[in-house]
Design a protein around this ligand. Structure first.
Ligand code: SAH
Length: 394
């Protein structure tokens, strides 16, 4: 098995160009490698037909490979969502979720990135030139992991139960996406694929690799940054850094509590960066034209879902061009919280909407296969009665 240091996935154009010229190859070989790995999404060096045979052989001798992560398991939900268990070079696994069709964005699976456009463009773009539209080109959202496990320890999240094992390399973040796009047979142009950095891990605790993966996705894979959203639990210093990036996805912040007492109880991280610091960073975040900052709010029955708490949220976000995604808890036996009644969710939403804040209730995706928000914990189980839908892909 190839070690991560020998993986071409994760190297940018400059690094690939250096790799080529260091072996006495012309500089344009770097671009050829870049196209092969990111645009064509090839998984083997010997398939890179643009390169001379001797150079392919030399790269292989030096231990270089594409480094595409393997899809170890695949679970298909009754709603079309697919949860992939993706295996990395060192045998660690992370989860990546494919959500076909988005959901119009209003219910906030993150695919709202191009809402305005989608409302106007009714027809779907065919994959590849001159081909009839195929089911593969429908809009879809890929939810990608940034770490093996997570260190943040939110009380309502399953991933927290794993602790953090390690950061993902940029190539391992991009590799989840190229592996899933390959598996789904999606070809450029990728104008309708949304990426949400909302899988396992805290992207802002793996900031440099996360940002490098963004650049590779934009420049290499061809996914526009306007189609990407990153969610943070609230790593305040990185929110400031992120605001300064020339090329960046949209920002979502996991709020989940309407005052410090509540938020610290469900997100211990709030003791490090409290609501005052978090909301200051949010208020100062340089939004682009027509961009909104998203706040996610996981509703926990009887804990943070009262009308009074909705009114506190209204005060918190006052003055920010924001929208709010409400997520009813995806509950589970290891968690001390319950899912709220639909009535409570709608009442909470009504208060925010009445105050003029666009607020959406996120439709749970793939709950039956443990693919929904906060459910990613590398389980190979599926909900009772769903076994038949899970398949081993390789
Ligand atoms: N670490 C980042 C990225 C994860 S995004 C972050 O915290 O923002 C995942 C989203 O799902 C977060 O908004 C999180 O608050 C939410 N979430 C976590 N556990 C959940 C659960 N059990 N049910 C519903 N939403 C959950």
């Amino acid at each position: 098995m190839l070690s991560q240091s020998n993986s071409l996935l994760g190297l940018d154009l400059r690094e690939l160009t250096n790799l080529a010229t260091e072996s006495g190859q012309p500089a344009y070989r770097g671009q050829q490698l870049f196209d092969a790995v990111y645009r064509q999404k090839l998984d083997r060096l010997d398939q890179v037909s643009t390169l001379p045979l001797e150079y392919r052989a030399r790269l292989a001798e030096e231990g270089w490979g594409v480094g595409l992560p393997a899809i170890a398991r695949k679970f298909v939900s009754s709603d079309g969502t697919v949860r992939y268990l993706v295996e990395l070079a060192d045998g660690e696994t992370v989860e990546t979720v494919w959500m076909p069709e988005g959901d119009g964005g209003e219910s906030g699976d993150g695919s709202e990135a191009g809402d305005e456009l989608d409302c106007v463009v009714a027809g779907l773009r065919p994959a590849g030139r001159g081909r009839a539209p195929s089911p593969h080109v429908h809009r879809a959202t890929i939810c990608v992991s940034s770490q093996v496990g997570c260190a943040v320890n939110c009380r309502f999240c399953f991933t927290a139960l794993l602790g953090v094992k390690r950061n993902l390399e940029a190539g391992e973040i991009v590799g989840q996406i190229t592996a899933v796009l390959r598996e789904q047979g999606v070809e450029p142009p990728l104008q309708r694929v949304n990426i949400v950095f909302m899988g396992m891990g805290e992207p802002f605790l793996n900031y440099d690799n996360f940002m490098k993966s963004v650049r590779l996705l934009v420049e290499g894979v061809g996914i526009p940054e306007s189609r990407m959203t990153v969610s943070t639990a609230g790593i305040v210093p990185r929110i400031y850094d992120f605001g300064q990036e020339a090329l960046r996805p949209k920002l979502a912040i996991s709020l989940n509590g309407s005052n410090d007492v509540l938020r610290s109880a469900v997100m211990p991280l709030n003791r490090k960066w409290n609501l005052e610091e978090l909301m200051k960073a949010a208020r100062e975040f340089p939004l682009r034209a027509r961009e909104r900052l998203t706040f996610e709010y996981v509703l926990l029955a009887g804990v943070n879902d009262a009308p009074e708490q909705a009114r506190e949220v209204v005060e918190l976000v006052r003055g920010i061009r924001a929208k709010i995604n409400l997520i009813a808890l995806n509950a589970g036996t290891e968690l001390p919280y319950r899912m709220p009644e639909q009535e409570r969710v709608l009442a909470f939403q009504r208060i925010l909407v009445t105050a003029g804040i666009p607020t959406f209730v996120r439709r749970p995706r793939g709950r039956d296969i443990f693919a929904a928000c906060g459910q990613l914990k590398r389980t190979v189980d599926v909900a009772p009665g769903e076994e038949s839908k899970s398949t081993l892909s390789s």
